[in-house]
Design a protein around this ligand. Sequence first.
Ligand code: FES
Ligand SMILES: [Fe+2]
Length: 376
Amino acid sequence: MTATELPSSLIPTLPGHTYTDPTIFELEQEKIFEVMWFCAVRSADLPEAGNFRTVQIGRESVLVARSRDGALRAFLNICRHRGAKLCVEETGTVKRNFQCPYHAWTYGLDGKLVAAPNLTSMPDVDRVEYGLKTVHLREWLGYAWLCLADEPPSFEETVQRDVRERLGNLDAIGNYQVSELDLGRRITYDVKANWKLIIENFMECYHCATIHPELTEVLPEFADGYAAQYYVGHGAVFGEEIKGFTIDGSEGFDTLSGVGADQERRYYAITVRPQVFINLVPDHVIIHRMFPLAADRTIVECDWLYAKDVVATGKDVSRSVELFHRVNEQDFEACERCQPAMSSRAYAQGGVLVPSEHHIGEFHRWVREVTSAKGW
Ligand code: FES
Ligand SMILES: [Fe+2]
């Protein structure tokens, strides 16, 4: 059945092979992840000069490090001499420099080439020119967002526009003062599913009544299948008996200081293309960063952020973490259930979206457009 033959309440999804084909994944790496702003590292994970973290963005390994001047900087994690991978660890601390394990070219925390065997006999080698290749970096919401493009797109017109279009304005997220919050818990999920399945799942709530009993208890309107993302500016209201965004609806922590009465008993969910999900609730913020590694594998790092005093005084965050951790497990299990079906002949033409999922069609249109894969 072609799209034009579908009943009017249904619209088509992308075809199955777009979730499995390595050439399409490579196209997405090139046209999406290596071009757009990518939320890579929580700034506070690298508090001291010399702290570093490596992340995979598209087909590149990127090194993010705290410099002596206190700024975060990002570089391609590749030695300029003969191309060895500079840092092989995912995270760590260097005293002063990064030294390549192959022939010992040595780079400062600002990326400059500071030493190499026999470098003094090569006075014509410019230390900046042969320093590490810089990657654009911008901090927002307490995270370092990186962009591999030579000329990055406007941050305001991409990342912040996604937030604005969802919430109506940027103040609605500014109230949570996300960059002032501290990390209460981080859980990393290794999901055997294509990144698009994870985004699509996050964008809809048609599945909420079936797979999220705890979440639906806290947010009764989710039982109707309309996600908070369906309406501009809408936050799902807590059920009447619900005291906090916790696994059993019991009390959470004090409402974050900037959050006003209009946001106090509500849940907001935002998708920032291409790899970030943000959840706002009165007493904490949950930020998911996806790292798509292959057509059928995505790492998701999820941070639960709380007011500084909650973390400093060692308050027990487990009941509030447990709610969304369970939601994550339920969601990722659903995505993993769908992934093998993407290569089935039953899904060759794709599936369908019901009206409460029609906004996912816009995501599909966007993916097609940016990858210019018109033949999908
Ligand atoms: S490849 Fe790094 S020093 Fe030779
Ligand atoms: Fe879900």
